[in-house]
Design a protein around this ligand. Sequence first.
Ligand code: C2E
Ligand code: MG
Ligand code: MG
Length: 546
Amino acid sequence: MAQGEVTSAAREAVSPRLGRSNRDIMTLGIASAAVILFVGNGGSVLPQIVRGLVGDGTGPDRLLTNALLLNIALVIFGWRRYRDLSAEIVDRRRAEALALELAEHDALTGCLNRRSIGAAASALATAAHARGDLAAFIMLDLDRFKQVNDVNGHAAGDCMLGEAASRIRESLPPQALLARLGGDEFAVILPFVAARSEEVERLAEKLIAKVALPVHFGEFELETTISAGISKTEPGQSPDIQAQLHMADIAMYHAKRNGRNRYAWFEPNMENEQRFRSEIAAGIRRGIPLGEFVPYYEKQIDLENGTIAGFEMLARWNSPKLGMVNPEIFIPVAEEIGVIAELSECLIKQALRDARNWDPKLTLSVNISPVQLRDPWFAQKLLKILLEANFPPSRLEIEVTESCLHENVGLVRSLITSLKNQGITVSLDDFGTGYSSLSQLRILPFDRIKIDRSFVMSLLEDKDSATIIQSIISLGEGLGLPITAEGIESEAVLTELRRFGKFKGQGYLYGFPEPADRTEATLAQLDLLLEPPAAPVAVGKQRAAR
Ligand code: C2E
Ligand code: MG
Ligand code: MG
């Protein structure tokens, strides 16, 4: 229900009160006067009437009799009005209570709402401080709730919100407050003994575990998780509710960025982190139309003969303020603020233009964010870009990270299948860092596995890395999937890797990722360009970026 509706309902129930109560006083006045007159008048007239009726006397005065009849009518009118009024008051009280309930509570979940939580939380925190306790503010937000709404519809979303609210409510101690602040955001406020903050943590863990249980919606089983941020009041300071909620909110975003389905306590440095992210976000929005995002290219080598098999495009942000920024900084922010698809499209278009002049046997790999894979039109959009660039799909390789396997596997599967049907190859990037199971690998029709660079880089020092690489290679052989090893930094690692078998490799041993013109210059030297570079690039003039 919209806020405006609640307010007008409340107003409607309350504002006519003044006019009506004036009328009520008049009715009461008339009825009282009628009763007094009846007592005064009736005392003398009634005996006269009785005497007249039994034939003992002259009968009552006509005028007085009429006055008495009028009196009786007024008493009856007063009585009936009193009865109606009583019923009206009951109805009115009920309407007022309902209006108040609507104004203070969220209609879907029955929780307190954003407007009413302030006063209740303030009273709770003040009482806690008076006892020498503190108050904890837990901000809760469902993870990827938008996806539930988009994929399963709003009725499913409402069902999930209702279920989440009742599971949270059931888990709370009696003195705790629960509010729905809007959308999929809830707040829990509770007092706790200052020395026992671990009890707040246990509660947060309990809430996270309960919300993660499946929700039944018709024949479907919906699943979600929740992220929590916690702030606590300071002893000896009067609690500022808005500031506490803000801190809990910052901590909640921190928990989301660290993988969701977890909680985090607020720490002051999180605020700087948030500020930095906001700056990055504003910079990304400004930078996309200004062409500040550019593709760099890293060689992919066929380890059997040492030749270049293709390039992986790696995004760089040439920020006027921050210099050359690596994707690990800006990609997560671009995902968060919903511009990753736009950013990726503009980079892919540039890369396709660059790669058109390369030898046609060279492939181009591009990284795709899990966020883009949630778009059911992704394959069609990519095909359109390929057609416009006149670039053969067979030369394009898409790299998706293991984290996409935690998403809707059915959707990812159909997407990968339609990419493959168009002739595009699909690799599973950073393999070994996530939790993909063998069964998932079998369901999802990947063409290649890329071993995460962390294992390759530590191959010589860490026995476990060697074991992991060995098992990934056996897995690849078992599933018939070719392997690429990333992060080859030295000849020694290369020699060691070669002992495991044949595969492709990439890493700083073959050079850092380079911009388009430097890549062209390298390919020109190797006679791997269709047409000579537009302008020769002086060696050392362009800085390579890691
Ligand atoms: P990735 O796809 O695994 O890319 C390989 C990363 O390892 C690159 O980092 C590359 O510079 C680095 N690397 C390559 N060889 C070596 C080596 O020998 N030693 C070391 N220490 N590092 C090496 P970069 O460019 O910072 O990219 C990081 C990640 O950002 C990429 O990991 C990829 O997941 C993501 N990314 C890059 N460009 C894009 C993009 O356009 N879209 C999306 N969604 N993600 C991107
Ligand atoms: Mg990659
Ligand atoms: Mg990788």
